[in-house]
Design a protein around this ligand. Structure first.
Ligand SMILES: [Zn+2]
Length: 536
């Protein structure tokens, strides 16, 4: 079992792989019991005496796991008829559901292509036409979004923060489909009233704001699900007039504290509207912002404009941020806003690498995002791996070997070493590396913190929702598992993180409801399976 943990002194998150642990889920999908082997000596302070578990998950040596489960069941004698005990085989483990803090649902159709252009040209040639098509062809939108949801849920993403498109009908459709699928989804109708193609641009700030309010009311009052939430979504500074950004800030204030959902609110999240956008993503975007300063009271950077318009709150998640200054990071930290780190798309469009360690040390919340389709993979495993690679490139430097005759090219570079007639130069930054455990923390608990869901999901704790991924590393062919138990539990998790894929994801749960079942017949079955789901 994988348990995200935080070192509050070092401001670092990581994960601990528990060899033996037991977890109980009650009839409404909440964790009512959690015990790891290492915690046995501690006095129990949980409230499991009051809980009536339907299911106990255990991992590791079978007899040991059964003993852990039995110690809990003593308080539940006779066991309730609905109780199901599941002992996971050694090749299985449970992982808190993965949280994708940035992806564009309309772009899913061209995932894996069109990565050869600079950002602004890519938007005009691929992104805007693909988003525009959704409103004129809702059957296409339905098929695209169904495929997207099946794919990302199948990959273990239990929570996602979506950009949709500017149009109301396909965006409402995405909300409906997420609700039906049972994923935890945050969905934004995109706002954009300038610097976009004529046929894919909102007519005015007021028209954009009216459509946004209609969307908010639809999600909050009609769908009214505790799992699906609306998000204010100014695309990015170049496509949003100052009047539009100010109007969105007014909407954020108007809806502050408003609960959504007929079944008890927002599932543990802080009240208020979520807000998302892109910030300081690429060199061409930064340059564009400079040219727009006269339209934003002389301000040439995007973050201060968002601040002035009231769009920086503890529920704001901004994608990228790789060109933010130290003072801008400090502002983000003061406002409690988070960054969605999208390392894969940054390699193509960002002209830089986010110094994640530095951002965390500045007190800014960080989650991971796939940034479909700027990132060519919708899998959070890909985001985790890219995060590790990007941090290594940042720490070690990326200069090539230089030969003597190229010496003039090295001007301004730090000389790293010499060997014979050749030299190598690099500009690494010490202490920047993020290892796989830290990246996995970012993909679970880090994302939960960004969305204000840290008390609800992201790790195992009594009272949290059972949002979980069950992995069998033997299910697919890409993970090498040593026979005879040669791998430790930690080895198996690391092997999956580095080489696994959706074939190993057997089951996916959101609030105890199983939303993917991969066909394992070893006695699983869903806790809360058949539990009444939220209905409109
Ligand atoms: Zn994006």
């Amino acid at each position: 079992m994988v348990q995200p943990i935080r070192d509050t002194i070092k401001k670092r998150g990581s994960v601990k792989v528990l060899e033996r642990a037991a977890l109980g889920v009650d009839g409404v999908g909440r964790i009512c019991y959690f015990k790891a082997d290492e915690e046995e000596k501690d006095e129990e302070e949980g409230n499991e005496e009051d809980a009536t578990p339907k299911r106990v998950e255990a991992q590791g040596e079978e007899a040991r796991s059964a003993a852990l489960a039995s110690s809990h069941l003593v308080s539940c004698q006779p066991p309730p008829p609905s109780l199901r005990i599941v002992t996971l085989p050694p090749s299985h483990f449970l992982l808190p559901g993965l949280v994708d803090t940035h992806l564009h649902a309309p772009q899913f159709g061209y995932t894996g292509t069109a990565t050869h252009l600079p950002l602004l040209e890519w938007l005009n040639r691929y992104t805007f036409p693909s988003e525009a098509r959704l409103a004129s062809d809702l059957s296409y939108a339905q098929s695209l979004y169904r495929s997207l949801l099946d794919t990302v849920v199948g990959q273990g993403t239990t929570t996602a923060l979506y950009f949709a498109s500017k149009d109301l009908a396909p965006t409402k459709l995405l909300v409906d489909l997420i609700h039906a699928k049972g994923q935890r989804g945050f969905v934004g109708k995109v706002n954009m009233d300038r610097h976009a193609p004529e046929d894919y641009c909102e007519a005015s700030a007021s028209a954009s704001l009216a459509a946004t309010e209609a969307f908010l009311d639809y999600v909050l009052d009609v769908v009214a699900s505790p799992l699906v939430r609306p998000v204010l979504t100014p695309r990015f500074l170049p496509t949003c007039s100052d009047a539009l950004l100010q109007g969105l800030g007014a909407l954020a204030r108007k809806y502050a504290g408003r609960e959504g959902g007929r079944e008890g609110g927002r599932g543990g999240a802080t009240p208020g509207l979520h807000i998302q956008s892109h910030i300081s993503e690429s060199a061409d975007q930064v340059a564009f912002n400079h040219r727009l300063a006269e339209h934003h009271q002389g301000e040439s950077r995007d973050l201060p404009v968002f601040e002035r318009c009231g769009l920086l709150t503890p529920l704001t998640v901004l994608a990228h941020g790789i060109h933010l200054s130290p003072s801008e990071l400090a502002l983000l930290a003061r406002r409690g806003a988070g960054l969605a780190h999208c390392p894969l798309s940054n390699f193509f469009f960002g002209h830089g690498v986010l110094p994640v360690r530095k951002v965390l040390e500045a007190g800014v919340k960080v989650g991971l995002g796939t940034d479909v389709a700027g990132g060519y993979s919708s899998s959070m495993l890909s985001a985790i791996r890219s995060c590790v690679l990007a941090s290594r490139a940042l720490e070690d430097g990326v200069e090539e070997w230089r030969h003597g005759e190229e010496e003039g090219d090295r001007e301004g570079k730090k000389e790293g070493g010499k060997q014979g007639g050749e030299q190598w130069c690099k500009e690494g930054r010490e202490g920047m590396r993020i290892d796989w455990k830290e990246a996995l923390w970012l993909a679970t608990m880090g994302g939960a913190e960004c969305l204000g869901l840290e008390e609800e999901v992201g790790s195992w704790a009594v009272g949290k929702a059972f949002d979980a991924v069950r992995v069998d590393v033997k299910k697919g062919g890409a993970v090498v598992v040593l026979e005879g138990g040669g791998d430790s539990a930690e080895d198996l998790v690391e092997k999956w993180v580095n080489n696994g894929d959706d074939r190993h994801v057997l089951e996916v749960y959101v609030v105890g409801r199983e939303i993917k079942h991969g066909g394992w017949e070893g006695g699983g079955g869903g806790a809360g399976k058949g539990r009444p789901k939220t209905q409109k």
